[in-house]
Design a binder for this molecule. Structure first.
Ligand code: IPM
Ligand code: MG
Length: 361
């Protein structure tokens, strides 16, 4: 039997509530698809830090190399210094395990979920490939004369040829796959590089890496947009995009915008990927402390992250079962919105997805 070792970090706030629903769906799909898995629980979170003062210990990174994948709920606690636990858990994992791609699909399942006028599911279906280990997130920098009137703060944006090249290559390969799925009569596959090389000259490293990789994919159209213009196009003509490849920070920012186009933070999912190695899947929303403990958070982002994980593990059938069930529940209006106003509790929504998956099989 196919068997996977999966780490689980439910985390803070609404994290444990949505993670529970993700695992509920995973259990149902495993049974239908006939694969097994072992869950390894990890307590790392702001909550855990407040109790124990423990962040992620270095040895854990090595332990995680032995996992097939990790599912993360959400990290962030209002009583902990902002970013401390996020940097240890989220960035610690991304950097420690060299998960160099942050894959963020932006797909609209039902017109009613989209805040844009006259845009429907046929207009919003693209993927952001966010470089995930460099850029403004390099953690290289610091303070001089801290807490004095002369304080200086420096942060370095770090871009390497290797980092840009592999992100671009991943994006082109993904565009090729998406094109093959759409078939020859549909639009040509396209990759858009998003950077800011008019103002930030060293971003031209991205242009050169992109151009070199593009040579290996003559059948794929290329495009380029500055990040500010990209935000404009995402609202004005989202149908232009197929695959976007971009820097760590720009990818972070444009995917919150992208999440709104597909129905809100409650539905957006992501994968932190190192092809062939341990990868981590999470909703893109945070711990939303104000909604915590109320059973009102939308678990669809987490559930879709489970679908992405299964796709990564080669369990395409299981991945599609989840995606099709979520799509149908949103399309039919059975789930009217992907936020706390849906009128459906977190746990009931997880049950609905499981029921839909069973009904369709
Ligand atoms: C995300 C989040 C993280 C990021 C934070 C929590 C460090 O915003 O996954 O998009 O900036 O990458
Ligand atoms: Mg973000």
């Amino acid at each position: 039997m196919r068997n996977y070792k999966i780490g689980s970090i439910p985390g803070d706030g609404i994290g444990p509530e949505v993670a529970r629903e993700g695992l509920k769906v995973l259990e149902a799909v495993a049974e239908l698809e006939g694969f097994g898995y072992e869950l390894v629980d990890y307590p790392y979170s702001g909550e855990h830090y407040l109790k124990t003062k423990e962040l992620v210990p270095d040895r854990i990174i090595d332990e995680w190399r032995g996992l097939d994948a990790v599912l993360l709920g959400a990290i962030g606690h209002p009583d902990v210094e902002p970013g401390l636990v996020e940097r240890s858990v989220i960035l610690g994992l991304r950097f420690g395990l060299d998960m160099y791609i942050n894959l963020r699909p932006i797909k609209l399942y039902s017109e009613g979920l989209c805040p844009l006028k006259d845009k429907g599911p046929e207009d919003i279906d693209f993927v952001v490939v966010r470089e995930n280990t460099e850029g403004m997130y390099s953690q290289i920098g610091g303070h001089l004369k801290k807490n004095t009137p002369d304080e200086v703060a420096i942060v370095n944006g770090v871009y390497t040829w290797k980092g840009c090249e592999r992100a671009c290559r991943y994006a082109f390969e993904l565009a090729r796959e998406r094109g093959a799925v759409r078939g020859p009569d549909a639009r040509k596959p396209q990759v858009t590089l998003v950077d800011k090389d008019n103002a930030i000259r060293p971003h031209d490293l991205w242009d050169r890496a992109f151009a070199q990789v593009a040579n290996d994919f003559p059948e794929i159209d290329t495009d380029h947009a500055y990040v500010d213009a990209c935000c404009m196009w995402m609202v004005k003509n989202p149908e232009w995009f197929d695959v976007i490849v971009t820097t760590n920070l720009f990818g972070d920012i444009i995917t919150d915008l992208g999440a709104m186009l597909q129905g809100g933070m409650g539905i957006a999912a992501s994968g932190n990927i190192h092809p062939g190695k341990t990868s981590m899947f999470e909703p893109i929303h945070g711990s939303a402390p104000k909604h915590a403990g109320k059973n009102v958070a939308c678990p669809l982002g987490m559930i879709s992250a489970v679908s992405m994980m299964l796709d990564f593990l080669g369990e395409r059938g299981g991945s599609e079962r989840i995606e099709n069930a979520v799509a149908e529940l949103l399309r039919s209006g059975a789930i009217p919105s992907a936020d706390t106003r849906s009128g459906i509790s977190t746990s009931a929504m997880g049950d609905m997805v499981v029921a839909e998956i069973r009904d369709r099989s």
